[in-house]
Design a protein around this ligand. Structure first.
Ligand code: AHR
Length: 820
């Protein structure tokens, strides 16, 4: 039984107008072949070209940046698992195949200076080349596709262009290619039938030689005629978002200065946009560029929130700081972007906007300086960008990646990101309760359950709890978005993603419905409410581990009285000594792996005892203490899934590695003992720090007991810390109202129905409406059952100043009461 006591007469603050938004990043081939529905893959013929500042390994299997970051390349096909999953036959020019035709990349005689390649084709009589699209080309009976190509040929060549499925020709057009310069040829193809597995075939009946400079096939019907895929934009619209954060994400940062995003490369005719290899393992042709994002914002009435590179590459991928001219050029690029968005029609970039069909200015009120950047290199660049841009555009609100205000820098908004478990989000419902109301506003720019129940119903519940926390604090948290937004299921690079699609259909994960329910039911004021409810605990498992300086010595390690040894040497090697064991410094192999595991200290040793399935027991160990050296004992050391962005099958990280074991850490350093959970963006303290006496130069006894809920930690038989496993409420709620209505959002995390006693300080109609999202913990949506977990509307009777609502097991509920 839970209780919610609501005082509508006590208005806490207004709801934040722009709280819910969307974050688009071109990841999982979300752009080309997705939101930007180009049907031909490798339309620029450049996919197999590695960035000029990178090396490739033998066989073009991986690229290696000058700073040492490795990523899978597969001569432009992207991840090895895409090649396997989609059964992509080998071709040196990705997506292009020939029968009776020789294809070669032409590197000098290209369409324009922005293009690095053209396709040179020698057809035999009746020979053809074809493109297989993004796992097939989708066509709908009676619907048209817009085709064009830039081609040249010294002698006239008759080409028949067909869209075919096996031996069925769905539509066709003929062209005579002739001319020394590239000429654009246009066609409309109207399909005779539905398919998602066609290919575009170019046949020369009489043979001949041509060069293709660029080619495209797009659906004629797009959202508002602005070039984007209708079902995907409609799904976005349903969320009732208020802003669009774009274009990334890590792709803004790039993995080298040349692969960083620059506005200038994303506007103008699409065949003049250079495109480049994105962080997420494929090349983008940037059909979805700055203009298209702004147009989408206008179409959905969103505030554009432009994230720009502030002069540094991705810090999780061997970062490079840009300096001097390169840095100035980056800042100039951002100034140009703003001029494009809101500059006068007769300005340099404003006139290009007008030429692109939008003479009046778009909006640009929010900008983010960098993505996930931090440290002094960031702070210097942040300050430079902030002041340079603010001077010209004082109305813009700037978003920082870290709490730069703590370093004395001006910050309007700070962006915080969270990728974690469902339980973590539920446990952190109070995260923002004590944030400084006089400090910068908070933008929760990326958050998602990525482990445990990722993509499943329970994840949506945990995230809904966190959203309740944001709503309760929307006087300081004013913007929030989920990440990532889209995934072409054939090209998954990250999981989970809010909306999943293939070349013709889409569905959304359960989380989508939480955001939709919250976005569509806002209210005007957050009103006073409090609740009474039960407690649920995070499930924990795993044995002990040891971390610290190399050379650490231990003896008599025991689990429930029985001797145990190290089962996993994650960093450092264990060597038996006469009366003890020593953990020696990490070896070459471990250090090599460490380079690929973000945030691991190569100086530290890390060893795990026993296996990961235990939940209760007593661990004891004697450790030799040395002056100035810290000792860390891990409680509940078990594996979490690997980091999503480590994508190089030539060097897969080991199953057990220092990056995927995240225990609670009991640390003793300089006579201070702490017990914490390492968490991003902040370490969480499980118990108060305490002063201890560690006997240096001798063995000290460490012991902990746990029953899966309570943990007691002893040093030399003295109790140092007592802590509970993190917990969260059974029911969490927030209440907003308008003049006419009271809107209660309530999440029940428990496996059984929860009776909720609701009391109000105003009269309400007996008839009321509830939106409910409920299902099994692991329930998912799919192409076959797209709305298995989706919000259902029900009408109920019996509301009043005091009434009981039955919240179904594992449910998100929006209860709308009519004031009378
Ligand atoms: O959302 C996926 C990635 O997560 C984003 O590119 C980055 O900002 C974060 O690390």
């Amino acid at each position: 039984m839970s209780k919610i006591n609501i005082k509508t007469k006590v208005k806490k603050f207004k709801t934040a107008k722009n709280l819910y938004g969307i974050f688009f990043e071109d990841i999982n081939r979300a752009g080309d072949g997705g939101l930007y529905p180009e049907m031909l893959r490798n339309r620029t013929f450049e996919d197999s070209l590695a960035p000029i500042d990178c090396m490739t390994d033998e066989g073009d299997y991986a690229i290696i940046t000058p700073a040492g970051w490795r990523d899978e390349f597969n001569h432009g096909e992207g991840l090895s698992r895409w090649v396997r999953q989609n059964q992509i036959p080998y071709t040196p020019i990705p997506a292009w195949y020939g029968e009776g035709a020789q294809m070669e990349l032409e590197r000098t005689d290209t369409l324009n200076t922005c293009r690095s390649a053209a396709l040179s084709v020698s057809f035999e009589k009746g020979g053809c080349i074809y493109n297989t699209g993004y796992c097939g080309i989708p066509q709908k009976a009676g619907k048209s596709s817009v085709f064009y190509m830039f081609a040249k040929s010294e002698k006239p060549v008759e080409l028949l262009v067909t869209i075919e499925e096996e031996s069925d020709i769905l539509s066709s057009a003929s062209f005579q290619v002739c001319g020394n310069g590239y000429i654009r040829y246009d066609g409309i193809f109207t399909s005779l039938k539905d398919t998602r597995n066609a290919r575009l075939v170019i046949t020369a009946r009489e043979g001949g030689k041509i060069k293709l400079g660029f080619i495209s096939l797009m659906p004629a019907d797009t959202y508002n005629g602005h070039g984007l895929r209708i079902d995907l934009v409609e799904k976005l619209r349903e969320l009732h978002p208020r802003f669009l954060r774009f274009p990334g994400g890590c792709i803004v940062e790039g993995f080298t200065p040349l692969t960083a995003m620059r506005f200038r490369n994303t506007v103008g005719p699409v065949w003049e946009r250079p495109g480049h290899l994105l962080m997420w393992h494929y090349r983008s042709y940037i059909g979805l560029g700055f203009h298209e994002y702004l147009q989408l914002c206008e179409d959905l009435d969103l505030e554009p929130l432009y994230v720009f590179n502030c002069g540094m590459t991705c810090q999780a991928r061997c970062s490079v700081l840009m300096e001097d001219k390169e840095l100035d050029d980056m800042i100039q690029d951002t100034l140009d972007a703003i001029e494009y968005a809101i500059g006068p029609e007769d300005s340099k970039w404003g006139s290009l906007r007008a030429k692109m069909g939008h003479p009046s200015p778009f909006k640009m009120n929010f900008m983010e300086i960098g993505n996930e950047n931090s440290g002094t290199g960031y702070e210097e660049r942040y300050e430079l960008c902030y002041h340079t841009i603010r001077e010209k555009y004082p109305h813009i609100k700037f978003i920082a990646n870290t709490h730069v205000e703590e370093k004395g820098l001006a910050a309007d908004i700070v962006d915080e990101h969270f990728y974690n478990t469902a339980e973590y989000f539920a446990e952190n419902i109070h995260f923002y309760d004590n944030y400084d109301r006089k400090g910068p506003e908070i933008f929760v720019g990326e958050f998602a359950v990525v482990r445990g129940y990722a993509g499943q119903h329970y994840a949506a519940l945990g995230e809904a709890d966190f959203l309740i926390g944001l709503e309760r604090n929307q006087d300081v948290v004013t913007l929030a978005s989920y990440a990532p937004l889209f995934e072409n299921v054939n090209y998954n690079a990250w999981f989970p993603n809010l909306i999943r699609f293939h070349n013709s259909e889409s569905f959304a994960i359960p989380t989508y419905y939480t955001w939709k329910m919250f976005g569509q039911n806002r209210g005007d004021y957050v009103v006073e409410s409090n609740e009474e409810t039960g407690t649920l605990y995070r499930p924990v498992k795993g044995m002990a581990s040891l971390r610290g300086a190399s050379g650490m010595r231990y003896r008599n390690a025991r689990w429930n009285g029985m001797e145990v040894g190290v089962t996993h040497e994650l960093m450092g090697r264990v060597r038996a000594q006469e009366d003890s064991y020593m953990i020696e410094a990490p070896d070459e192999e471990q250090l090599e792996e460490c380079k690929r595991l973000y945030g691991i200290d190569p100086e530290k040793i890390f060893a795990v005892f026993g296996e990961e399935d235990v939940t209760e027991g007593t661990f004891e160990i004697e450790i030799f203490a040395e002056a100035g050296k810290e000792i860390e004992i891990g409680v509940y050391s078990s594996r979490i899934p690997k980091e999503v962005y480590v994508s190089d099958e030539t060097h897969p990280p080991k199953e057990w590695n220092a990056g995927n074991v995240k225990p609670f850490i009991w640390k003793i350093k300089d006579s201070i003992s702490s017990f914490t959970e390492s968490s991003y963006p902040e370490e969480i303290r499980l118990s108060k720090d305490s002063k201890v006496v560690l006997k240096t130069g001798e063995f000290n006894q460490f012991r902990y007991n746990t029953d899966g809920r309570n943990m007691s930690l002893y040093l030399n038989d003295i109790l140092i810390h007592e802590a509970s496993v993190p917990s969260f409420p059974v029911l969490a709620s927030v209440v907003t109202d308008t003049e006419q209505e009271v809107i209660i959002k309530a999440v029940n995390m428990a496996p059984e129905e929860e009776a909720v006693d609701i009391t109000l300080d105003c009269e309400v109609d007996s008839d009321y409406q509830v939106l409910i999202l409920t299902g099994d913990k692991q329930a998912e949506n799919s192409f076959e059952d797209p709305e298995n977990i989706s919000d259902k509307r029900i009408l109920l009777k019996g509301a009043g100043k005091s009434f009981t609502y039955q919240a179904p097991a594992y449910s998100v509920n929006i209860i709308r009461l009519k004031k009378v």
